[in-house]
Design a binder for this molecule. Sequence first.
Ligand code: SF4
Length: 162
Amino acid sequence: MNERAGPRVRVGVSACLLGQAVRWDGGHRRDAQLAEVLSSRVEWIAVCPEVEVGMGVPRPPLQLVREPEGIRMREVASGVDHTDRMRRFAQLRVEELAGLDLSGFVLKARSPSCGARDGPGLFAEALLEALPDLPVEEEDGLRDPAARDRFVERVFSYRRGS
Ligand code: SF4
């Protein structure tokens, strides 16, 4: 099958990567490779955990902090703890996403919510736990065209197998 010309698959994405102004400072992190190159091949399901949980834009920046009882999500300046709220939200949102027939997910790197590698972020953690076989990448890992092609292959292969 020529996947470039074939039916599009549904892929989740951190909303800021598509140019949605949902970051804590009111900005975005539009990734041209995703927004322009992959958009012809996938139907994006955009998710911003921090906005969807009700934190608003703008909002205080967050960070993950390693504490004796485990990783906590706290506001950088005030230390206000959002861990339990975000974990509850992430679990429910991921259950909802699992019913949407996703074939992959592109996460924003280095985010306390969406980052997959460092931490990982609380939304990413819930996603990876609930859907361990789903092809998941951070946008950083898709800059290289060959890596992007490999990800698309994995997405279509997951689609065929599901
Ligand atoms: S990284 Fe995730 S939580 Fe942060 S602005 Fe982007 S979509 Fe929202």
